[in-house]
Design a protein around this ligand. Sequence first.
Ligand code: SF4
Ligand code: SF4
Length: 367
Amino acid sequence: MKSNKKELEFCTTCPKLCRFACPVANAEYKESVTPWGKVGMLYYLSKDFVPHTTENYELMYHCTGCLACRQFCEHQISVPDLLISGRTLAYEHTRHDKNLEKGLRNIKKYGSVYGTDLNKKMRSEFESVYFSGSLKVKIFAGCVYSEKQMETVKKAVFILGRLGIDYAGIYSEKEFCCGYPLYASGFEKEFTSYISKVRSNLSGTKKIIALCPSCAYTLRGLYQQYDKGIRADILTFSEFILPFIRMVSRNKKKITEHYSYHDPCFMSRYLNQTEEPRELITRTGGILSEFLWNRENSVCCGGGAMFRSTNKTVSLDIAYKRIEEFRATGSKAIVTACPTCTKMFRDSDPDAPVRDIIDIIYDFLSQ
Ligand code: SF4
Ligand code: SF4
């Protein structure tokens, strides 16, 4: 475990200033799963004050990685990074959550947490020209979009074509995943060795358009922290297409509709991107009715940091609470920019109207 003695001590002695912001504590109604309770347990484990039991390590998995706690932390502590280091410790003591092993096996075998060869799937969906090594701009679709929402990936490719961007290919290799699930599961050594392969696959690429914000953050931030970093500009889809949409939207018919934009944690708190997707929506004619908790204070969908794999019921409860907040806005649909959020909302309430920002741009450009 990395040395983070100071942070552990701060949390352990804190009067729980961030307690109210934790979606897990708010859904489980237990003090032990507040940021204070979880980090406190990690502190006691690191000092050998408590036995290294599976039960004690289990608290490390009650976190969606949403980073909402940091918004209200005087010391700007990243609780998810601390708890993920606790998961690494749990793995070293063979006290980790066994549900996560399947993902590890799948990544080793298929390059993705899903038991699907996504490289093969992606190459069967698009013409071979998209995979040419000479293309220096690449769409990084990510596992969730490619496994669960391939139609959205196709729409993203259509959008780039419609905007005249004919120089972008698609990243698709045996190591399909960005590696974030390995990091979030606490498989630190496996993560470090895996990302060096992805980095090597991406050598020569000048620009990466990451459809999924957690891939964007991982490629941008975690690679730098754990490997050498990638020598390419890494942009989210919203960030990349905004200048193009600004140009075409001036003379294009708008689609007037009321939406509420749900800020995915990786967009708002990890990448500081709250205005780009909002501007995209309004440029297409969309009218925004905000969630009560929005932008950097947005509430998580419940699906981050492998929380759905380790605590499925609570994760869906968290998503449902966010849908209730959406219903109070009176708008027609939730728009988000992350495939995990979309899936969490749809699974938690199949009647919830949920759209991806890519759907909104696709409708606007294809009319
Ligand atoms: S993250 Fe900050 S506010 Fe929250 S318990 Fe730790 S020290 Fe306190
Ligand atoms: S990152 Fe989110 S889920 Fe994890 S402790 Fe902080 S507020 Fe709770």
